[in-house]
Design a protein around this ligand. Structure first.
Ligand code: ATP
Ligand code: MG
Length: 403
């Protein structure tokens, strides 16, 4: 019996990106964006070379391939990743490599397992001597041994030996690591996310990124009423989110003056119950100006229908009406638990869960309006010099580049 020699570690990752194929004329642009994002994401992991061929990307790395693969699970647009071994595109050469790949995969199985197994090949080069089905059979017949701990089962395999046959080189693999799906960040243009230190807005930003938006951020900070801990927390949240896009820009907009002015203006009768809605309307105005300077096409908030008293449809309408760009609300129909689950997966939950005061809890009315009316908002705001307040807030916003 020949001594068992483990196969050399793989040097290439086969990257699949399902949804891009749907994008017709934009496909080239999408592929180029994905390649750029992959290079940027891997920059601090290992040097990589990215190539594309027939609806696949190949990421070559001579070192730390496993870490590179893990990193790619945070690159939107990727549907799955397989560490792969190369073989000359010739049936017996493929078999020789395939046996090593199978040994590697069997070694990773739990003791005593007998996984359902099949070979599944795909030919890109139709001139290859065998059809895909013939190659499946050929490889299975030539590499399987009677004592292999597996059972051949074509219908519901747990272990699939994949083969992609290309013109000169074929790729053999047994693992498929799920990617995050979505579209490459940047392909939908830029948006400006209103981010607080809460649980919701970081998840909303992440969802916008997932659908291809490059996110800039703005947070409203009421120095000196609120300590800088609140601002530092947002910087840290943006840092976590920046694992999912190449780099992020955060604007910290000073909000105390606007809040003081709103508090002073909303004094008649029950007007003070409008304060929270009025703060939010001010945020939308300032964000709209910053967004336009950033060339962002929409605002993104973590608002959700009916989650809290301030997020009734009436109040959301009043708030949205102050924006001069479309307001996207990715969490609109999420239950809180769904948002919490997402925040945990993204890695923002632990940070968001740390309690820090928020500017919206400042000068809170005794009772908050639940069915805000736009005329009332406008009546109160008519007592303010809105353009000056907005311009001042924009002018004094601090820009922080977060990597
Ligand atoms: P979050 O967890 O994101 O704070 P929330 O459910 O607590 O959301 P609110 O606090 O009512 O809701 O805020 C609604 C949305 O308004 C937030 O998701 C965010 O997009 C925006 N927002 C609220 N406060 C701020 C702030 N200080 N800076 C920037 N945006 C804010
Ligand atoms: Mg909040």
């Amino acid at each position: 019996m020949s001594a068992f020699t483990p196969i050399e570690p793989p040097r290439v990752l086969l990257v699949r990106y399902g949804e891009l194929a749907l994008k017709g004329g934009n496909r080239n642009e999408f592929e180029l964006a994905l390649m750029r994002n992959i290079r940027a994401a891997c920059a601090d992991v290992a040097p990589v070379r990215v190539e594309r061929e027939h609806g696949r990307l190949f990421v070559f790395a001579d070192q730390r391939l496993e870490s590179v693969a893990r990193r790619l699970t945070q690159v939107f647009g990727i549907s799955s990743v397989s560490p792969a071994w190369e073989a000359p595109s010739e049936p017996d050469a493929i078999c020789a490599v395939a046996r090593g790949v199978l040994d590697d995969a069997l070694a990773a199985q739990p003791a005593g397992a007998r996984p359902a197994f099949r070979v599944l090949s795909r030919r890109v080069d139709k001139r290859f001597a065998l059809t895909s089905m013939q190659l499946d059979l050929y490889v299975a017949e030539h590499i399987l041994r009677v004592d292999d701990p597996l059972r051949v089962e074509l219908e519901h395999p747990e272990l699939v030996l994949g083969i992609e046959v290309r013109e000169t080189t074929s790729y053999v693999f047994a693992r498929r690591i799920a990617g995050p799906g979505g579209l490459p960040v940047g392909t939908l243009g830029r948006v400006l996310c209103l981010i607080s230190g809460g649980i919701d807005s970081p998840v909303a930003a992440w969802m916008a990124m997932k659908r291809g938006a490059l996110c800039s951020f703005v947070t409203f900070h009421s120095h000196p009423f609120i300590s800088d801990d609140a601002k530092d927390k947002v910087v840290e949240l943006v840092r976590v989110l920046s694992r999912w896009q190449p780099r992020s820009r955060l604007f910290v907009a000073p909000f105390a003056e606007a809040q003081v002015a709103i508090k002073a203006a909303a004094t008649n009768g029950s007007e003070d119950s409008y304060r929270t809605v009025l703060y939010r309307r001010m945020m939308q105005r300032v964000a709209s100006v910053i967004a336009q300077a950033e060339d962002a096409k929409a605002l993104v908030t973590g608002e959700c229908m009916g989650q809290v008293a301030s997020q009734t449809l009436e109040n959301l309408t009043c708030i949205g009406a102050a924006a001069s760009l479309p307001v996207l609300r990715p969490l609109i129909a999420f239950d809180k638990q769904e948002t919490v689950d997402s925040a945990q997966r993204i890695g923002t939950f632990a940070l968001s869960a740390v309690q820090t005061p928020d500017c919206c809890t400042l000068f809170m009315p005794r009772r908050a309006v639940t069915r805000g009316r736009l005329e009332v908002c406008e009546q109160i705001e008519a007592r303010l010099d809105l353009p000056a307040l907005v311009a001042d807030c924009v002018a004094r916003a601090e820009r922080i580049d977060v990597a």
